[in-house]
Ligand binder design. Structure first.
Ligand code: HMG
Ligand code: MG
Length: 306
């Protein structure tokens, strides 16, 4: 099997993870989480999203979070920006506080696009176009994600052709990398491979990533299936935090700890210190007063207590 020797994990716990939490999380806790994650060796961190605070109240302190992080050289900090208003807010402070990368988030499902960002797929691309152009003009990297790339809570199964279509549209407007997102975690390995292959018709292998929620416990299998295609970037969430507020019942992303355990066990390098990562996951789980949603973290924490 020809697996990549090195994999990059994009830590989305502070964004995808926390956005779904009902309990308000103070900016200071979010900042400490991000810092613990960078200390654990994560080099790409989604720290916040610049969306409507009415839609996602948990992300309302986005600017405070971005201003509070003591940035570590070599780490790429990303934020979600669904429209120009979001980009302008992200770029309002001094350049040192700007994100290194913005993420525009579209969908392969019309119904989900409407529920999540209040517009059709075609309208979303029209909204993203000036956002992407403005970000690139400022030297900011641009990634896109395609939600519901395998299944949708409103439309059911999604054909790979629809993923290909959105990937091509994103490519056309200048989005540099694209993530194939199984928003509600219904995907199984062959379906996920088909969705990734669809995105690969528009993007090079190094520019396609996987974003797997673990609702049905398939995310690790889907990660391995992606590795088999040569995909070498994944979004993961420490302590398995998260879900999407507009995808009812969807649980968190696959836990970063579990993916790191999987990759290191297969001899694939991530640059991440699993022990420090587990501490970061314990920090945020303790804040919520619950154990981490990670099998590897649970097992290793139990072992520490032996
Ligand atoms: P809209 O209502 O169509 O926007 O929302 P609008 O332009 O008509 O503006 C309406 C109001 O929103 C105005 O405020 C604007 O100022 C405000 P009002 O005058 O009523 O007080 N507004 C904003 N405020 C702050 N920042 C902004 C912004 N834009 C407008 N950027 C919008 C469109 C996209 C803003 C809205 O639908 C929204 O915020 N949706 C939230 C979507 C979201 O955050 N979802 C979760 C993240 S995506 C995800 O988790 C999936 C992913 O993980 C991959 C996967 O798993 O599938 C990435
Ligand atoms: Mg997600």
């Amino acid at each position: 099997m020809n697996l990549p020797g090195q994999v990059k994990l994009v830590e989305v716990g502070a964004r995808d993870g926390l956005q779904n939490e009902k309990q308000p999380v103070p900016a200071s806790v979010k900042i400490e989480l991000v810092q613990r994650l960078q200390d654990a060796g994560l080099t790409h961190i989604e720290a916040a999203s610049f969306v409507s605070p009415r839609w996602v109240p948990q992300m309302a302190d986005n600017a405070q979070v971005m201003a509070g992080i003591r940035r570590k050289p070599g780490v790429r900090y990303s934020v979600l920006t669904p429209n120009l208003q979001g980009l302008e807010a992200a770029l309002a402070p001094a350049r040192a506080l700007w994100p290194d990368e913005i993420v525009v988030f579209g969908s392969a499902s019309e119904a989900f696009s409407q529920r999540n960002i209040n517009c059709s797929i075609a309208e979303s691309i029209d909204r993203f176009r000036p956002v992407v152009a403005a970000a690139l003009a400022q030297g900011i990297a641009v990634r896109g994600t395609i939600s519901c790339a395998v299944g949708c809570p409103y439309e059911g199964e999604i054909a790979p052709e629809r993923v290909e279509e959105v990937a091509r549209l994103m490519k056309e407007i200048g989005v540099q990398q694209v993530g194939v997102a199984d928003t509600i975690g219904v995907g199984t390995p062959f379906k996920v491979q088909r969705a990734l292959e669809a995105a690969l018709k528009a993007y090079d292998l190094g520019d396609v990533s996987g974003h797997f929620h673990d609702t049905y416990g398939q995310a690790l299998a889907n990660t391995l299936a992606s590795l088999q295609l040569g995909v070498r970037q994944f979004d993961t969430s420490v302590a398995g935090l998260g879900g999407c507020p507009y995808a009812k019942g969807a649980t968190g992303n696959v836990a970063t700890e579990d993916v790191v355990y999987l990759l290191h066990g297969m001899g694939i390098d991530t640059g991440i210190d699993l022990d420090k990562l587990i501490d970061a996951g314990k920090f945020i789980s303790d804040f919520f007063g619950r154990p981490p949603h990670s099998r590897a973290a649970t097992a290793l924490l139990n072992k520490r207590n032996d």
